[in-house]
Design a protein around this ligand. Structure first.
Ligand SMILES: Nc1ncnc2c1ncn2[C@@H]1O[C@H](COP(=O)(O)OP(=O)(O)OP(=O)(O)O)[C@@H](O)[C@H]1O
Ligand SMILES: [Mg+2]
Length: 273
């Protein structure tokens, strides 16, 4: 059942484990998820009751839209994140679930699996990203829209199954490029400006047209399909006011959970076998 408060509480627990990392030694069963994203690599660990136990995140440019573009770099980051968590839990991690964007070719999925296996973990589940997100949100129907670093992924669910997917090349990078152009600053500075709540008043008017672009992409894919609600996830929708712009554009209910960047990573661990 969709229960935003409950999902938000779990995401906030996961966030605390990632950003204020204190973990105790733990002996129970573990559920582990590895998310190899275009912008962020995230490892999430749940306890035997599937509550957040530990997590670690690092930015990286080693994967692009589900394709591993720097195999050794990816292994290095995943190994470092796993090692941090193992030290905190006082034990080694043995198996994990991984996620792939829907429609990923078998060979590309294998490359993602290989990265995780290369750090010594067995991959016991491969889940597609919108299904992972839907598990956290507790939804069976609707459109899950993941605005990540490189792309916007749109997935339509019916009765818990993904029945339609699309991926369009507008993501967080695009937002930063538009900001960089408007303020004549370099990309890295624009990235920081975009994420700084104190600068929201300067940032928001510049990026509204980009949010509307994302909304029009969503509209194009959900038109003629049976969608009653849009669920926004992915780091880019962290932007305050994102959901209101989409809601106004589409004229239908739009839901955004707490810290949408962590929804898919958390959901991957929930699918660990
Ligand atoms: N607070 C924030 N405000 C605005 N944008 C943010 C914020 N935090 C992160 N982002 C943006 O979110 C994007 C990364 O999101 P996410 O971690 O969901 O992507 P990813 O999973 O690595 O990429 P993809 O799913 O496209 O492979 C980056 O473009 C980053 O600039
Ligand atoms: Mg992602």
């Amino acid at each position: 059942m969709f229960n935003l408060e409950q999902a938000n509480a779990t995401i906030a627990e996961m966030e605390a484990k990632i950003y204020q990392p204190v973990s105790e030694p733990y002996q129970g069963k573990l559920y582990v998820g590895v998310d190899l994203g275009t912008a962020n690599i995230v490892v999430t660990v749940l306890d035997e009751n599937k509550r957040p136990l530990a997590g670690a995140l690092q930015e990286g440019r080693v994967v692009k839209d589900g394709l591993v573009v720097d195999f050794l770099g990816a292994i290095q980051i995943v190994r470092s994140l796993i090692t941090q968590i193992e030290e905190r839990l006082g034990r080694s991690l043995e198996a994990a679930a991984v996620a792939i964007p829907p429609g990923t070719l078998a060979g590309d999925a294998k490359a993602i699996i290989n990265v995780v296996q290369a750090v010594g973990l067995e991959v016991n589940q491969v889940v597609d990203e919108p299904t992972a997100a839907a598990t956290v949100l507790g939804i069976q129907n609707g459109a899950v829209v993941d605005v990540g670093g490189g792309t916007t992924g749109i997935s339509i669910l019916e009765n818990g199954k993904v029945i339609y997917v699309a991926d369009e090349p507008t993501g967080g990078t695009h937002f930063s490029l538009v900001l960089a152009g408007a303020y004549k600053i370099d990309f890295e500075e624009a990235e920081l400006k975009k994420r700084d709540p104190a600068q929201h008043k300067d940032v928001f008017p510049v990026i509204v047209p980009v949010i509307e672009k994302v909304a029009s992409i969503i509209q194009g894919h959900i038109a003629q399909r049976n969608v009653e609600c849009v669920y926004l996830v992915g780091g880019t929708v962290c932007l305050e006011g994102f959901e209101q712009v989409v809601n106004k554009f589409l004229g239908m209910p739009v839901r955004k959970p707490y810290n949408p960047l962590l929804v898919t990573p958390l959901g991957i661990a929930m699918h660990c076998g």
